[in-house]
Ligand binder design. Structure first.
Ligand code: ZN
Length: 224
């Protein structure tokens, strides 16, 4: 066999082992048991989160928030309020650096630091969702050691770009269904438009209304 061909095959197998397997494992679209559409929020908490909590309270729905350690330390009381109100909390890392651009030890440290931000408030996250949806061996190892369950989304609508609310609402409705877990962003990271998150509370309220006659209205999911 041609040496170049063997080398190419070897590189492909290595890439699959190093990057492919954890990515595929983490991104499995786990549809949650239940007959409702469920909602989660990433990249917070931020100045918009109190309004999100207000809407969730009004519509009687609990959500899952994937928080960043570097944002938790800025708004500790808000995080305690989220937990006290019965929302589920998940870890999204300390920073929002791209996991594929970090070494194993640096990502592990980042996750540990994020976890500690919860512990400092007397809280423990139950879930993990990777920044950029990029699961790695470091995050899988961390999750197994800290007993975090990976909870990827089933519906992502690009709400970090400033768009017409109707457009985003239409996408959310199309992605709703029994056991589906949608994600919105109550924080700004990376290339996200800082103004985009200000639409999120209204979007949540309108989604709840829009799904009232839907086969899977918005509801509260809890780990069985
Ligand atoms: Zn994120």
């Amino acid at each position: 066999m041609d040496k170049v061909y063997i080398l190419g095959l070897l590189i492909l197998v290595l890439a699959l082992l190093i990057y492919g397997i954890p990515l595929l494992y983490g991104r499995r679209k786990v549809h949650l048991k239940g007959d409702r559409t469920y909602i989660s929020f990433d990249d917070g908490p931020s100045e918009v989160t109190p309004q999100v909590l207000e809407v969730l309270d009004q519509v009687g729905v609990k959500a899952t928030f994937f928080l960043l350690g570097e944002e938790i330390v800025k708004r500790p009381q808000l995080v305690k309020k989220m937990a006290a109100e019965g929302h589920q909390l998940g870890l999204h890392g300390y920073s929002h650096r791209h996991p594929l651009k970090m070494t194993f030890p640096s990502q592990y440290e980042d996750l540990k630091r994020g976890y500690k931000a919860f512990e400092d408030l007397g809280l423990k996250p139950a879930y993990y969702r990777a920044p950029h949806g990029a699961y790695t061996w470091a995050s899988l190892y961390f999750c197994s050691k800290y007993h975090l369950k990976i909870l990827h989304w089933t519906g992502l609508v690009g709400d970090w770009n400033l768009e017409e609310e109707d457009v985003l609402l239409g996408r959310l409705e199309a992605l709703s269904g029994p056991g589906h877990l949608l994600v919105l962003h109550d924080g700004t990271k990376g290339t996200a438009n800082p103004l985009a998150k200000t639409l999120v509370p209204q979007l949540l309220e309108d989604l709840n209304d829009a799904l009232k006659g839907h086969p899977a209205p918005l509801g509260t999911w809890r780990r069985p």
